[in-house]
Design a protein around this ligand. Structure first.
Ligand code: ATR
Length: 273
């Protein structure tokens, strides 16, 4: 019987996930199909009931459900529990187990470049579900300190507390001042949606230098304004598509038990841009 997988979220029409997974299933000759399924905010419970009815084999979770989905899980792996958000769910006869592949998916491009994060200072822009996974990732890498800046201060303070719970030094920085302070950080990571569709830059880039590593998790367009401007300042760049691909490969492996076909997935992904 064909196994059906999905990505749930809202908006979902821009999702690249079907284009990533379907060729991977085909490449390995697996009888599986992957669809995008819109579930608006506030309708998660109904949406999940429907997915169970059609015997969904597994699904990815994206904005705005990554945190809310936690209460509908029957089980969660350690990383998922730690982050308090899930992006990957396995359905075994109605029993839902959550995983979080964003943590290692985020770290993968850093590890591929053999960048040693130990003792680094990090500026993290954003305070949503993605920011939590990134904090958990940096905690694994034993960085020195993570400074959180965000449009809404309260949300940033929550992430500061979360980082401290994980044993990191952490503080809050006003978003307006962040651009002036970037010289103090080795890593500058954008975990907001600013830059999506080429609109806006989350901070001023005038002080970014060749010593900065700029990691933007926005992947549409490939060259966001933050990346474009940071490149002009000769910073090291890590692209959002690299994290997208790495976290998808990890979900694929959880679902199928097989190594994900990296080249096939990378080619289809880059072909879509
Ligand atoms: P995700 O789960 O993908 O992280 P989210 O929880 O909705 O999504 O978080 C989105 C992040 O982008 C937040 O940090 C949000 O800032 P607020 O906490 O102030 O809402 C940030 N963000 C979204 N639109 C923004 C904008 N126009 N300017 C600045 N920050 C923005």
């Amino acid at each position: 019987m064909t196994k059906t997988y999905a990505v749930i979220g809202d908006p979902i029409d821009h999702s690249l996930s079907p284009a990533l997974y379907n060729p991977a299933f085909t490449f390995l000759g697996l009888d599986c199909v992957y669809i995008a399924y819109r579930i608006p905010k506030g309708e998660l419970d109904y949406g999940i009931k429907d997915l169970k009815k059609i015997h969904i084999a597994g699904f990815n979770v994206t904005t705005p459900h990554k945190v809310d989905m936690m209460r509908l899980l029957d089980d969660a792996d350690d990383e998922c529990r730690l982050v308090g958000a899930t992006n990957t769910v396995v359905n075994t006869d109605g029993y839902l187990k959550g995983y979080n592949t964003d943590v290692d998916g985020f770290l993968d491009p850093i590890r591929k470049r053999k960048i040693d994060c130990k003792g680094c200072d990090v500026l993290l822009i954003g305070a949503g579900g993605a920011a939590r996974a990134i904090v958990a990732g940096f905690a694994k890498e034993k960085i020195h300190k993570i400074t959180i800046t965000n449009r809404t201060q309260e949300r940033a303070e929550e992430i500061v507390n979360f980082a401290r719970q994980l044993g990191l030094e952490s503080d809050y920085l006003d978003l307006v001042r962040a651009g002036d302070m970037v010289k103090n950080f080795r890593f500058i990571v954008n975990a907001t949606s600013v830059g999506l569709k080429g609109m806006g830059c989350p901070i001023s880039t005038k002080n970014i230098s060749k010593d900065s590593i700029v990691y933007d998790i926005v992947y549409m367009p490939v060259e966001t304004p933050l990346i474009k401007q940071s490149k002009e300042q000769r910073a090291t760049i890590i692209y959002g598509w690299e994290m997208l691909l790495a976290q998808a490969m990890k979900s694929f492996e959880i679902w199928t038990g097989k190594p994900a076909p990296y080249e096939a997935m990378k080619l289809t992904l880059l072909g879509r841009f």
